[in-house]
Each structure stands twice: as structure tokens, then as C-alpha cells.
Ligand binder design. Structure first.
Ligand SMILES: NC(=O)c1ccc[n+]([C@@H]2O[C@H](COP(=O)([O-])OP(=O)(O)OC[C@H]3O[C@@H](n4cnc5c(N)ncnc54)[C@H](O)[C@@H]3O)[C@@H](O)[C@H]2O)c1
Length: 382
């Protein structure tokens, strides 16, 4: 029998206990200890699982815990320091989304993990869910044709966070799904938003991501909606998918609909759009808890010494996009163009012919007022 991987979980608030339950249920793994700065949370989890050791100091769990792997489920501002301590202590490390508060921090963690041959995984949970895996399978098989755009909405009342805005809290789910479906990094982003309840903390944001080959995605995030909405539409040139995560059984519906333009016409009378209305169908999805698959995947990667589907590099891509969204928010939605290559991009605008140029501080206000035109240009020129 293989040696069990010894695991400890830091953070026993809302999400941590779900990780505790899932890691504890895996036969290849032995969950040994939990940690939370709040002794009440430690007592709560240890009362549920009396075999666990409970501590309040992360240092004790990381340095003295005789563990192979550490799971971090604390608020984002503490991810970097806890993950760095864990990796430097030689532990494989699993970090909740979003990975850290900056791309520099992500790069440092990736570097430590790579230099020490450790698995670094970020919990982009939705990529392990049956509907998203099915969507990716359908897209990769070419059933939708060319993807034209993706529209995603994640709205509800609360839960208000104090340390991050709604884009950093909710949009990581949509961004991770969109990057996985499209398989590439965006060229530019623009993001508009407003802080209605807590000053400086946007509770409603609307971002657009522009991808190569004229593809784009829109993500609407809100803590200020009366209804809970979790839906995504993927529009292809041949078919379209509507994914409603709140449905119990029929989460994905594929529509055989499209609209085509005649390639040639001589007179206006000959010009007709051709609309195709075909059937729609609902694929069967295997019901499995995504978090369970994510936890299993982490342990498998440790055992096989392989890179996770949602590695530190995927975590970094997501943080770069969130940084781009924050930069765009500060200039009222003007576009932020990503530099190709590593590291976060400087703030740049697009000239009339679509070529990027650096935005000088004095120019930023003016650029911001042209934000919507800028975005229209982006779509025309990409
Ligand atoms: N993957 C998902 O779908 C998903 C869902 C919810 C939350 N999350 C992520 O999980 C993380 C935790 O979110 P949450 O909703 O459970 O937050 P929470 O506030 O409910 O819980 C966080 C816990 O961490 C503890 N804590 C904070 N700093 C600590 C430190 N330095 N050392 C030890 N304990 C510390 C707090 O006392 C608290 O009990 C966040 O990164 C969040 O984005 C992910």
C-alpha cells in the first residue's frame, strides 16, 4: 500500500471545513491537523472530527506538523505569506482562489515551488465541475464552430467582503472558466464598477475581455442583486450553449441555432440573413462534487509528481487579469492592454490605428472619458 499523504488545513471559516471534509474522505490522504486564528473555529472543526489536532498559529502547523502538504483557505491577503512559509518548509501547497493579491507574489511562489519540486495548486473549483468539463469537451470537439463570445453573470445579494471587491471575489470563477474554454490569454480588458455600500470596495463590476481573433467575453459581478444568478452563454458560429449553474439537473443546454450572412449578393433584394433554428439538447452530467475532484487531483499530482490542471501559473494568469481589471476601474473603464510575456503590463491605451501606447498620468482622465469608444476600437482593430 502506498504511503498516505499527510495534510493540514489552515482556515476553518466558511470554505475551510468543506476542504477538511473532502481531504479527510480521501483514502490516499491522512488529514492530520487544522489551524485557524480564531480558536472558536478550531474547536468547531475539532468537535466534528475529534481525531484532528487543532492549532491557532499557522507556524505550528507548517513547521511542527510533520505534514507533506498544506491547504490554505484564509482570506486572500494572507495567502502569499502562508503559502511562502509552507513552500519554504518543503510542503506541497494548495491555495484557495484568488491565489494572492499581486502577480509579483504569484511569481515568487511559483519560483519557490519549481525550484523545490513541489506541487503548487490553486483551487479554481469550477474547472473540476461536470458542466464545465462537458462544455470544454464540446468546444474542443468543434461542435460549436468558432467561439464568437462568452457572456457570464454571477449576481446575488452579498456576501459583502471587506478586503476585496466583487471582481476579486466572484469573477475568478468566470475568468478561470473562460480562460479554460478559450485556451488563451486576453489581449486587453476594461472594467467599470461602483462602490455603493462600502467606500472604495466595488460591489458591482462589469468587465470585458478582448481575446485574439476577435473573440471577447463579458463578466458581470454583483453583491447587490435581489436574485441569485449564475449563468454563462457561449456563442459559437454553429451552435450555442447556455450554462445555468442554479439548475439541479439541466445545467447545460446546447442550442443548434445560428445566423449566417450570404457570402455574395448583387442587389439589396438578394441580401437575406439566413437564420437556422434547430433542436436543443441537454447532455447527461455525472453528479460529482467538484471540490472532491479538485482535492483528489491535488493528491494525485503529488503522488505522480505532475503539474495540476489549475497550477500556480493558472493562478498567476487569473491575478494578472484581476490586476488589469483594477487598473481599468481606476480610470473609469478605459482599456488596459496586457503586455505579452510575463509580469503585469504597464497601463497603455490604443491609438486610432489600434497600436498600443503608454498612458501618461496627465492623459489618463481624458482617456477615461473616451473609455467606451476605446473599447469599441479595440473590438474593431483586434
Ligand atoms: N473555491 C471556491 O469556490 C471558494 C468559495 C468560497 C471561498 N473561497 C476562498 O476561500 C478562502 C476563504 O474564504 P472563506 O469564505 O472561508 O472566508 P472566512 O472569512 O469565512 O474564513 C477564513 C478563516 O480564516 C481564518 N484566518 C484568517 N487569517 C488567518 C491566518 N493568518 N491564520 C490562520 N487563520 C486565519 C479566519 O479566522 C477565518 O476563520 C478565500 O480565499 C475565498 O476566496 C473559495
Amino acid at each position: 500500500m502506498k504511503k498516505q499523504i499527510k495534510v493540514g488545513v489552515i482556515g476553518c471559516g466558511y470554505w475551510g471545513p468543506l476542504l477538511v471534509r473532502n481531504f479527510r474522505a480521501l483514502p490516499q490522504c491522512q488529514l492530520k491537523a487544522v489551524c485557524d486564528a480564531d480558536i472558536g473555529r478550531v474547536k468547531h472543526v475539532c468537535a466534528l472530527y475529534p481525531d484532528l489536532e487543532g492549532v491557532t498559529a499557522p507556524r505550528r502547523l507548517i513547521a511542527e506538523g510533520d505534514l507533506d502538504a498544506v491547504i490554505i483557505a484564509t482570506p486572500v491577503k494572507s495567502h502569499y505569506s502562508l503559502a511562502k512559509a509552507s513552500l519554504l518548509a518543503g510542503k506541497h501547497t494548495f491555495i484557495e482562489k484568488p491565489m494572492t493579491t499581486s502577480s509579483e507574489e504569484c511569481e515568487e511562489l511559483i519560483d519557490i515551488a519549481e525550484r523545490n519540486g513541489l506541487v503548487l495548486m490553486v483551487d479554481h473549483t469550477f474547472l473540476y465541475s461536470a458542466p464545465v468539463r462537458k462544455i470544454v469537451e464540446i468546444v474542443q470537439a468543434g461542435d460549436l464552430g468558432e467561439i464568437r463570445y462568452i457572456n457570464s453573470r454571477r449576481l446575488n445579494l452579498g456576501l459583502f467582503q471587506k478586503d476585496v471587491n466583487v471582481a476579486w471575489d466572484l469573477a475568478p470563477h468566470d475568468i478561470s472558466i473562460i480562460l479554460h474554454i478559450l485556451g488563451e490569454f486576453p489581449v486587453a480588458i476594461n472594467c467599470l464598477g461602483n462602490a455603493h455600500v462600502t467606500p472604495q470596495v466595488e460591489d458591482v463590476t462589469n468587465m470585458s475581455l478582448l481575446f485574439p481573433h476577435n473573440r471577447f467575453a463579458m463578466i458581470q459581478s454583483s453583491w447587490l442583486e435581489p436574485r441569485k444568478i449564475r449563468d454563462m452563454t457561449i456563442v459559437g458560429s454553429r451552435r450555442m450553449i447556455v450554462y445555468d449553474d442554479l439548475q439541479t439537473h439541466e445545467k447545460i443546454r446546447i442550442y443548434d441555432v445560428r445566423v449566417e450572412r450570404p457570402p455574395h449578393y448583387d442587389t439589396f433584394a438578394e441580401f437575406q440573413y439566413s437564420y437556422h433554428y434547430g433542436d436543443s439538447y441537454i447532455p447527461h452530467l455525472q453528479q460529482e462534487e467538484p471540490l472532491n475532484l479538485a482535492c483528489r487531483h491535488f493528491i494525485d499530482c503529488i503522488e505522480t509528481n505532475s503539474a495540476p490542471i489549475t497550477s500556480g501559473r493558472d493562478g498567476l494568469d487569473l491575478i494578472r487579469i484581476l490586476e488589469g481589471a483594477s487598473a481599468s476601474l481606476k480610470i473609469n473603464g478605459a482599456p488596459f492592454v496586457f503586455a505579452s510575456g510575463n509580469g503585469s503590463a504597464p497601463l497603455v491605451g490604443l491609438s486610432r490605428n489600434g497600436s498600443p501606447h503608454a498612458i501618461r498620468p496627465a492623459k489618463r482622465r481624458k482617456v477615461a472619458s473616451r473609455a467606451m469608444n476605446g473599447v469599441a476600437n479595440l473590438f474593431e482593430k483586434a
